[in-house]
Design a protein around this ligand. Structure first.
Ligand code: HEM
Length: 412
């Protein structure tokens, strides 16, 4: 098969899974006692000497925050630690989104966008969208008795959910999948991502105009965003399209990876898998939080210091980039015993997978609901799910984004 013929998700999965670091956690543990330190570029960029040189030369100093307290201090204080530097890459591809805004602009837009994630909307989407999407994907492989869960379920389902939020018609889903993969591959092919970004905007424009002609009365995301209002202010078309594009990396890629990580952790620890599937109502929510703590899908996010300051006693100069290592914070042994292990029964504390402070994930309740429905349907429809002894499990890999490349399973 040529590259063009294979499924776009499989192509993405192969490209992102290759040659990636398997276990960076011992290195994080070694740095964590310092709280925050000058960044080790090998830990950021792997062994790519050219990239290390480009980043080190003439740029601002770079620090990495490793401990829970250091990460918390940076993310909580949006005045001292700005998100504006996302404009340089993400902003060009996505448009001006809340991700790159500081206060007070950020709060104003976030409040407007929050109107799309009310409890009522989530209930509607759970029954009308998320459950049917997951069931349709399981229908495709259930008669086979075995499946590769990453390619066949966890990778496509959050993209189908985001497409459903926009109201993309079924016949256009294949094209939407291709654009999604191009957009989220921004680190591999910037030009391709830029092209996909424009195509998604042109496509959403047609859909938004249809919603406006119908008075924006529907429960789909475009209608909700089209009618959202705060102090007489409405979102412009460009603001709506920028937000929609942001949902692909922010909403689809993270959920695909976090649900894959959780399934990986449960399938490799059958006694924990049994605990969860025997008491789904109480144990699924606990398993979701523990999965997010144990292997957050997004390990690092960035901020830039707006003034000379100090984090955990370490001076940080104005202009310095601070990388907050969410994975390392989630493994801080001052907060969690035996933090390297997944343990669905452990006492739960606030973790950093969704970040913290003003930019804490806007879609966290949607992500939890999607993952809960995924597990409920897997347990209900694939009894005695287990790793396929004849399959090749791909390990969890990655330094920025992390997830397994393959989860071959069987059931019955
Ligand atoms: C398990 C899945 C998810 C994880 C681990 C996750 C993680 C994160 C993190 C760490 C941030 C902070 C980024 C930063 O400040 O630099 C963030 C922000 C955000 N997330 Fe999520 N996310 C998930 C799912 C979702 C979903 C399903 C949506 C919506 C469909 C979503 C929408 C957003 C948005 C819009 C922001 C920007 C918030 C702001 O800047 O105020 N996320 N997410």
């Amino acid at each position: 098969m040529t590259d063009v013929e294979i499924d776009p998700f499989e192509r993405f999965n192969r490209a992102m899974g290759m040659g990636k670091i398997q276990d960076p956690y011992p290195a994080f543990a070694a740095s964590r006692p310092k709280g925050i330190e000058k960044a080790d570029l090998r830990l950021l960029l792997g062994e790519d000497a050219a990239a290390q040189g480009a980043l080190a030369e003439g740029g601002p100093p770079i620090y990495t925050a490793y401990s829970y307290d250091a990460v918390c201090q940076v993310l909580r204080d949006g005045d001292t630690f700005s998100s504006k530097m996302y404009e340089a890459v993400m902003g060009i591809v996505m448009g001006h989104t809340i991700l790159e805004m500081d206060e007070p602009e950020h709060r104003q837009y976030r409040t407007l966008l929050q109107q799309a994630f009310t409890k009522k909307s989530l209930e509607h989407w759970e029954h009308e969208l998320v459950r049917p999407v997951i069931d349709r994907l399981i229908d495709k492989f259930i008669d086979r008795g075995r499946a590769e869960l990453v390619t066949e379920l966890t990778l496509p389902f959050p993209v189908d959910v985001v497409a459903g939020l926009f109201g993309i018609p079924d016949e256009e889903m294949k094209q939407f999948h291709i654009w999604t993969v191009e957009l989220i591959s921004v680190g591999l092919d910037f030009e391709g991502a830029l092209r996909a970004s424009g195509e998604i905007r042109d496509h959403l424009k047609v859909l938004l105009e249809e919603r406006r002609a119908a008075g924006c009365v529907g429960d789909d995301l475009l209608s909700i965003l089209g009618r959202a209002e705060l102090d007489g202010h409405r979102l412009t078309d460009d603001e709506i399209f920028a937000f929609c594009r942001l949902l692909l990396p922010a909403g689809a890629e993270t959920t695909y990876r976090s649900s894959s990580n959780l399934l990986y952790g449960l399938l490799h620890n059958p006694e924990q898998l049994d605990l969860v599937r025997n008491q789904p109502a109480t144990m699924i929510p606990k398993a979701i939080e523990e999965g997010l703590r144990w292997e957050p899908p997004l390990l690092t996010i960035m901020r830039q210091a707006t003034r000379d300051t100090e984090v955990c006693g370490v001076p940080i100069e104005k202009g310095a980039i601070v990388i907050t290592n969410l994975g390392s914070a989630n493994h801080d042994t001052g907060r969690w015993d035996n933090a390297e292990a997944i343990d669905v029964l452990r006492e739960q504390h606030q973790h950093m997978a969704f970040a913290f402070g003003p930019h804490m994930c806007l879609g966290q309740h949607l992500a939890r609901m999607e993952t809960r429905v995924l597990l409920e349907q897997i347990f209900a429809r694939l009894p005695n799910l287990r790793l396929d002894p004849d399959g090749d499990v791909g390990p969890i890999t990655g330094l920025t984004f992390r997830s397994p490349t393959a989860l071959p399973v069987t059931w019955g």
